[in-house]
Design a protein around this ligand. Structure first.
Ligand SMILES: NC(=O)c1ccc[n+]([C@@H]2O[C@H](COP(=O)([O-])OP(=O)(O)OC[C@H]3O[C@@H](n4cnc5c(N)ncnc54)[C@H](OP(=O)(O)O)[C@@H]3O)[C@@H](O)[C@H]2O)c1
Length: 339
């Protein structure tokens, strides 16, 4: 257990945060099942049928070896895009251990390592000299322990992506606005505001015990909220369209760090109860379907097609991204080397 600084208060906070995470996620799962099986049966096939033709477009997907990123890459490649896939566990040679090369171009990418991000961005530039039309910020970790002294959720989910966005050249033209699609999470609505000292506390300079910052459950939620702020701020600044999507609760490797006995329950029940990676990918690609796009450039969270509208007004409001993010531009600052 990463219970923090060992004090009773820290332990209580750890338990409370995990209870909040699992209870709210359980409730969300019930709503999701109701939506997927009763209210909007076949929603995934409808979205798949409406996915736009992306021939001639270059698309970057991070964390595409597994799970949602893998399915997002495959779906976009089937629609004609050149998909450049950031693979974390790339062998380092020419061959990627996953099957991405069957539909896209696997490129090594470790978002916790600035040098790896720079190399990845260079390789993207070589393959897409006219720029990238869509960047899918998909890679992410949940309940991961600190890395290089940083909160790993911040380092990979937020900071690595911010650095990558700064390095990529986005394609622009009179008939096209490039887009950034961030895979966020509805957990960011469970703790809907970031601590004002979030950046300081996520960095190594916070003291001897980094885990005393906050529980890893909350750390994930904060990172996904910060990602939304970062993308909204980037879009405002770079004149691109930002989209933020939630895939629903999907059966992937993301939950590998969930503590026992919940982990066992997850392994037994997930394949039956949760969305498949393909369904999760279609949920996050829903904002690309023309009819679902907002008129103006703005961020939006789509928990599931139509699900948003079912939520109480107060919750709907929480799921909207405020373009004038409280932290926005600060999150785009790149820190010094960490590996
Ligand atoms: N599954 C859900 O229910 C759910 C719900 C809400 C949001 N999401 C979000 O959806 C996204 C995809 O997650 P998933 O469910 O598909 O889980 P996943 O299968 O674990 O995918 C996460 C991907 O991120 C990659 N990654 C991890 N550390 C990285 C690093 N340092 N540099 C580059 N890539 C790294 C992983 O690569 P390796 O496996 O090789 O480390 C993996 O390919 C995540 O951002 C997650 O937060 C998922």
């Amino acid at each position: 257990m990463s219970a923090g600084d060992g004090s009773g208060r820290a332990l209580g906070r750890w338990w409370w945060d995990h209870v909040v995470l699992y209870v709210l996620a359980g409730l969300e799962l019930l709503v999701q099942l109701w939506h997927d099986l009763v209210l909007a049966h076949g929603w995934d096939r409808k979205i798949e049928a409406q996915l736009p033709d992306v021939h001639g477009q270059c698309i970057v997907v991070t964390g595409g070896c597994t799970g949602l990123g893998h399915e997002v890459s495959r779906l976009l490649a089937q629609r004609g895009a050149l998909v450049l896939v950031g693979c974390h566990h790339h062998s380092g040679g020419n061959i990627c251990p996953c099957d991405v090369q069957e539909f896209g171009v696997p490129l090594p990418l470790d978002l916790s390592c600035p040098e790896s991000i720079v190399t990845f961005a260079r390789q993207v530039k070589v393959r897409a000299p006219n720029g990238v039309h869509l960047v899918v910020l998909n890679a992410g970790v949940l309940l991961a322990p600190p890395l290089h002294g940083y909160d790993a959720q911040y380092l990979i989910n937020v900071h690595g992506h911010a650095q990558l966005l700064q390095l990529l050249t986005l394609a622009a033209g009179p008939s096209h606005q490039s887009r950034v699609l961030a895979i966020s999470s509805s957990t960011s609505a469970y703790w809907p505001s970031l601590p004002t000292d979030y950046l300081q506390r996520a960095s190594p300079a916070t003291g001897p015990n980094p885990q005393a910052r906050w529980s890893l459950a909350r750390s994930y939620a904060y990172s996904k909220l910060a990602l939304r702020h970062m993308v909204a701020a980037f879009a405002d600044r770079a004149d691109v369209r930002a989209l933020v999507a939630h895939p629903g609760i999907v059966c992937t490797h993301l939950y590998r760090a969930v503590p026992q006995p919940l982990r066992l329950v997850y392994e037994l029940a997930a394949p039956w109860l949760l969305r498949s990676p393909r369904q999760g990918a279609l949920a996050v690609l829903a904002p690309l379907v023309a009819a679902a796009l907002p008129a103006a450039s703005e961020a939006q969270l789509t928990p599931a097609p139509h699900l948003h509208a079912l939520l109480p007004q107060a919750v709907q409001h929480r799921l909207q991204v405020t373009p004038q993010a409280q932290l926005g531009s600060t999150l785009l600052l790149a820190p010094s080397r960490v590996c």
